[in-house]
Design a protein around this ligand. Structure first.
Ligand SMILES: *Cc1c(COP(=O)(O)O)cnc(C)c1O
Length: 376
């Protein structure tokens, strides 16, 4: 059986978890959290990185931090995970869905401006498959209309756009360290990157249940009190210890995944059309978060998935567009025409790709896929 994903393991996780246990300080913001945050700040050049229990929590923190209120509108693609939308809907916002570009499955930047109204507060680009959205255009639109840019970089850790790390480009970036992502903090985890220094102090308060405990720990105030709304957005030190082992091996994991990705690309570009394969625009480096191919239709995709299953290969499809889901209909609205989102998402299927996947397994996948297309 070839699984779709195996959570990454580097070998140092247990050692660091043991150190965390022996330190007798397991609540959030201990030494491993600090190490991970410093690593992220240095590697990705952000004003402040804060670990969170998930990317979902990071997005929720972001929505509180930019004061999203009842009646506000937030722009994002419909082709994304529910958490991208939920975080803003929880604050009372209406979600405005924009079509994707069929080449990258990212938000079509050329359609954003037409969706902006007097109620618009933020644009949320989602870097699908770790491939960057067209950030220069998005930042220029946001600046012109005075909007926040919150990057959903759940899949984008270690990717860059014109030399800048994904997640470190907008005002705020959100990472996921869920076990299905490139780096894990023991199953569940995330981080928020505060790139706008003006937001850092309040982000720390919201993350600490609305208190200024962080200032207290830094010796800035001599007791801490309730300052603002907030929640508990800190992961435990056990999660941070696990994550630190992964971040230390970030380059090795990234190189390994890229090599698998490149093998797939080389093999399948021999038998598939360019529009059936992922497209990596110029000026950016991706992190091989995902390798997908597109079939001719959802019927052909169903056939593909069932034939792969007979080879014991797991090839899941991905998001059901949010605007066509019950909650999406209730809390959102599609702006413009759905030319690509529904059609393209129904063709897409993901192939097994994980740190530690061996060459024999990849060859099995390649051969099964080749057989499917060549014998059809
Ligand atoms: C995985 C993912 C999330 C949610 O991440 P969690 O850490 O599981 O909360 C949000 N957005 C996108 C685009 C994702 O891929």
């Amino acid at each position: 059986m070839i699984p779709f994903n195996v959570p990454p393991k580097t070998g140092n996780e247990l050692n660091y978890i043991e150190q965390a246990i022996k330190s007798d300080k397991l609540c959030g913001d201990g030494q491993f959290s600090k190490k991970c945050e410093a690593w992220i700040e240095k590697s990705f050049n952000t004003a402040k990185a804060l670990l969170t229990p998930s990317c979902t929590a990071a997005l929720e923190l972001a929505a509180i931090l930019i004061d999203i209120k009842e009646g506000d509108e937030v722009i994002m693609p419909s082709y994304t995970f529910v958490s991208t939308a939920n975080a803003f809907v929880l604050r009372g916002a209406k979600v405005i869905f924009i079509d994707v570009r069929p080449d990258t499955m990212n938000i079509d930047e050329s359609l954003i401006e037409a969706a902006i109204t007097s109620k618009t507060r933020a644009i949320v680009p989602v870097h699908y498959a770790g491939v960057a959205c067209e950030m220069d255009t998005i930042l220029a639109i946001a600046e012109k209309h005075e909007l926040w840019v919150i990057e959903d970089a759940a899949q984008g850790v270690m990717s860059t756009y014109k030399g800048r790390a994904l997640g470190a480009i907008g005002h705020i970036g959100c990472y996921s360290f869920h076990e299905t992502k490139n780096y894990s903090s023991g199953g569940e985890g995330g981080a928020i990157l505060i790139n706008d220094p003006k937001l850092v102090a309040r982000a720390e308060i919201i993350r600490e249940k609305g208190t200024n405990r962080s200032q207290f720990l830094h010796g800035i105030v001599d007791k801490y009190t309730w300052q603002d709304i907030g929640s508990s957005f800190l992961p435990s030190e056990l999660q941070a210890a696990y994550l630190y082992a992964q971040l230390e091996s970030a380059d090795a994991i990234n190189d390994f995944r890229l090599s698998l990705w490149n093998n797939y690309y080389t093999e399948f570009s021999k038998i598939l059309q360019p529009e059936q394969l992922p497209h990596i625009p110029n000026d950016l480096k991706h992190n091989a978060h995902m390798f997908y191919i597109k079939l001719a239709s959802s019927e052909e995709r169903a056939k593909f998935i069932s034939i792969m299953k007979t080879h014991n290969i797991v090839t899941p499809f991905h998001y059901i567009p949010l605007h066509s889901s019950p909650a999406g209909e209730q809390f959102g609205k599609f702006s413009g025409n759905d030319l690509h989102t529904s059609v393209e998402s129904a063709k897409l299927v993901r192939l097994p790709l994980y740190y530690g996947m061996n060459d024999d397994k990849q060859l099995e996948v390649v051969q099964a896929v080749r057989t499917f297309f060549l014998e059809e």
